[in-house]
Design a protein around this ligand. Structure first.
Ligand SMILES: [Cu+2]
Length: 185
């Protein structure tokens, strides 16, 4: 079973449970009986919620990317500037409109296995910097914000053409705001 199906089934099961609780409460709200046991029910649901949240946190928190590669100095630094509706990526800092325009056509290549640090910012509004692998899966993302440089480190494990896509609605051509980069052996 693919990961997407597992996530879908987990969503289906948890939403069915939540919907059943709402339905149960709605259907039994006319009876007085439930009021007698309300303390017990409340405690039961609180316990159920706490256990569910704890399981999700234990499973997902170790995968949070905030501290990924924080101990390993990057092998390569790439400067990224987002501006309606394109990404300029360069090995050198992009400081103004001129360096931005010049960096637009850059062929971006990184080596497989090296830790790349993206320093991402924006020249206008908030954008999203999302990296998709050659199979079209989102593998890393960070916000591109005017006035801030957000760092994202990632180690590319597969050779191929990666797509960068804006993940924050930023205007009329948002859906077409993308760039390419290549991971070479
Ligand atoms: Cu956008």
């Amino acid at each position: 079973m693919s990961l997407q199906w597992i996530v879908f089934l987990a969503f289906l099961i948890s939403s069915t449970v939540i919907a059943s609780v709402y339905l149960y409460v709605a259907l039994s709200s006319f009876k007085e009986k439930i009021l007698e046991n309300s303390e017990k029910f409340r405690f039961f649901f609180f316990l159920l919620l706490s256990i569910t949240v704890a399981i999700y946190l234990i499973l997902t928190l170790p995968k949070a990317p905030y501290f990924a590669f924080s101990q390993s100095p990057p092998d390569k630094v790439l400067h990224v500037v987002a501006k309606q509706f394109s990404f300029a990526i360069s090995g050198f800092p992009i400081t103004d409109e001129e360096t931005f325009s010049r960096s637009l056509g850059n062929e971006v290549k990184v080596k497989k296995g090296e830790v790349v640090e993206f320093r991402v910012t924006s020249f206008d509004v908030n954008h999203g910097f999302g990296i998709y692998d050659p199979e079209g899966r989102l593998i890393a993302q960070v916000q591109a914000m005017p006035g801030y440089i957000n760092r994202l480190r990632y180690r590319f494990k597969k050779v191929g053409i990666y797509t960068i896509q804006c993940l924050e609605y930023c205007g009329i051509a948002h859906a077409y705001m993308n760039a390419k980069m290549e991971v070479v052996p």
